[in-house]
Design a protein around this ligand. Structure first.
Ligand code: ATP
Ligand code: MG
Length: 591
């Protein structure tokens, strides 16, 4: 097919769109691939749609290769199944809800576990019907709090979602492993630089859930990896290896101390280091020896609110997102002044483990960082104005209600596999594979009869790829200062032919070459615009990002054309007669 730019529904822009925060968004709009309709809602123009179709094709090929069967559910869905699994409420404000003319509740599907589960329940009854992998490439709706960066985080977006159905755990593990391999092939074909991160805490060793993160500074996800290469995890899933417990015997008794004029942790630590009677024998007190207690409010999906106290070493901050991942689906916010005032046992600035905990005066659930093991000794609030307590020993003087992974992960933290140093980087989630287990099948009553005629609840996996997001992520990772730069698999055309000159010979020559390239099985973008200068056409060819550009210009008179490689910028003059073969070779060898 030859796409002629003289008639193509495409306008490239000279100016960056005012609302574009990231490179991919800026370039996709400027190059005429997408247009914004409303926040997080975009139109795919012909060029964008061509790339999107290629993304889908690659995904489809790899899904089919692992035995996935494609189907398509509606986006407009009834409330009942989502009520049965609790997600009508759990999804909170993210769910687009609507009513029909009879006032019945509907939603626009944010993901389709319920529908797949019910479809299999509808049609399958025996273990002989399984294993089964079903998928769709379909439009999802989520009323994201922060739609961002163009199609990277939309409120309407395309997702590939697949689901596996098995009778037993081994089957689920095998289906999960097949998806993992398929995702590796997909993202390799996209040419992405990515990591596979463990996504659920406690899933060490096992892999009940992993995320594929494209490595990218503008990403919203932070992940860590071990310098030794044996561990990568989303920060939310990082497991802190707890230090060994310390002996309690022989530790000094806890002592309450007047601590005036110590508004910061630094001044507090200074006071303990400068007072002879309070100094440590072995070393100076440090910020990490103080136990900072942070008060928060959880909001549960049904709207109920519940206080939570988190104790962390004073040299650490609480990372609300990390904490939120541990208490999901509850949301976390700092406790307000008014809420704080309702707990008379809490003394602002001097809150200690003496007041916290379900069995203590405040009754507030108290969770501590995993580093607070038995035998560790702390400086912390004494629950009296102007006073702290020192030598407060965990397991002797206080017992929290449990531990929680809530502190901001820092470079140099220990790897839970081998104790190596962790380092952080940013990424964008492009895929997620997840062993769901029996939760949805249980909630919706999906079981099959086994060999012995006994009903067995089916076990499921759920696997997603952000299709529109993948398009943007590839654009983001491959773009350079001159514009988009598509990998062959995804490019809207195999070759971009530029008619660089106003003469009829040049235009006819370019057209002829485009037709020959097309006859050779290639898709061709032809810049045959009449009143556009060669300079503007060259800039546009770089902005549009087709990997191979053929310039038909003045040298055609000598039988020569120029072949440019978009990525490296290299140029080569070849005989016009040989151009088709050269381009074909470039297309096949770099695919
Ligand atoms: P995120 O953490 O980025 O919000 P998620 O964990 O909610 O994503 P999943 O429910 O696992 O996402 O969805 C599967 C895939 O769909 C994700 O891996 C991501 O690539 C894509 N995706 C999710 N939300 C969006 C969105 N708002 N816009 C575009 N793609 C999205
Ligand atoms: Mg996810």
């Amino acid at each position: 097919m030859v796409l002629k730019m003289s008639s193509l529904f495409l306008r490239t822009l000279r100016e960056d769109p005012a609302d574009a925060e990231v490179t991919s968004h800026r370039l996709l709009v400027r190059a005429g691939y997408v247009r914004r309709v409303a926040p997080g809602i975009f139109t795919m123009l012909p060029m964008g749609l061509r790339v999107l179709r290629n993304v889908e094709r690659v995904i489809r090929e790899e899904m089919n290769a692992i035995g996935g069967q494609e189907l398509e559910f509606p986006a407009l869905l009834p409330r009942e199944p989502y009520e049965a699994t609790g997600r009508w409420t759990e999804y909170g404000d993210t769910l687009f809800r609507l009513k029909d003319r009879r006032q019945a509740d509907y939603l626009l599907g944010p993901t389709h576990e319920e529908m797949f589960t019910l479809a299999v329940k509808d049609l399958c009854s025996s273990y002989k019907d399984l294993p089964l992998t079903l998928y769709q490439i379909q439009t999802k709706y989520r009323d994201e709090a922060r739609p961002r960066a163009g199609v990277l985080r939309g409120r309407e977006f395309v997702m590939k979602d697949s689901y596996s159905f098995d009778v037993d755990d081994d089957g689920l593990r095998a289906a999960y492993a097949r998806h993992r391999e398929a995702y590796i092939k997909v993202f390799d074909r996209f040419g992405l630089d990515y990591v596979i991160c463990s996504a659920v805490s406690g899933a060490m060793g096992g892999s009940a859930s992993e995320e594929f993160l494209a490595i990218c500074d503008i990403g919203e996800d932070t992940f860590v990896r071990c310098a030794n290469g044996d561990y990568a995890a989303n920060v939310e899933a990082v497991v802190t290896p707890p230090p060994a417990a310390l002996p309690i015997e022989g530790q000094p008794a806890a002592q309450v101390v007047d601590t005036p004029d110590t508004p910061t942790i630094e001044t507090l630590v200074d006071l303990f280091n400068t007072r002879e009677d309070l100094r440590r024998a072995d070393r100076d007190w440090a910020a990490g020896d103080t136990l900072k207690n942070v008060l928060l409010m959880l909001t549960l999906p049904d709207g109920k609110r519940e206080p939570l106290a988190v104790g962390v070493p004073g040299d650490r901050e609480v990372d609300l997102r990390r904490l939120e991942a541990q208490v999901a689906p509850a949301e976390v916010a700092p406790m307000s002044e008014a809420e704080f005032a309702q707990h008379p046992a809490l003394v602002k600035g001097y809150i200690g483990p003496g007041a916290l905990g379900e069995k203590n005066p405040s009754g507030i659930r108290y969770l501590v960082d995993p580093r607070v093991v038995d035998g560790t000794t702390w400086i912390t609030g004494a629950d009296e104005p102007g006073k702290h307590v020192v030598h407060l020993v965990a397991g002797r003087d206080f017992t929290p209600d449990g531990t929680v992974e809530a502190v901001r992960v820092a470079d140099g933290d220990l790897c839970p596999i081998d104790g190596g140093a962790l380092e952080q980087a940013r990424g964008i989630e492009i895929g997620h594979i997840f062993q769901l287990g029996r939760k949805y099948a249980q909630a919706l009553g999906l079981s099959v009869l086994d060999q012995n005629g006994k009903a067995q609840i089916v076990t499921m996996g759920s696997y997603g790829i952000g299709v529109t997001r993948a398009l943007a992520v590839v654009a983001e990772q491959t773009a350079d200062e001159r514009g988009l730069c598509w990998p062959r698999e995804l490019s809207p055309a195999d070759v971009h032919v530029v008619a660089a000159g106003k003469t009829e010979e040049i235009r006819a020559g370019a057209e002829r070459l485009a037709t020959q390239l097309e006859a050779a099985g290639l898709s061709v973008l032809l810049d045959d615009r009449k009143d556009v200068s060669p300079g503007v056409k060259f800039n546009d060819s770089e902005l549009l990002g087709v990997p191979t550009i053929v310039v038909v210009g003045k040298r055609l008179a000598d039988g020569m054309v120029e072949i440019r490689d978009r990525k490296s910028g290299s140029k080569e003059e070849v005989a016009a007669d040989a151009a088709v073969a050269v381009v074909q070779n470039a297309v096949t060898t770099s695919r």
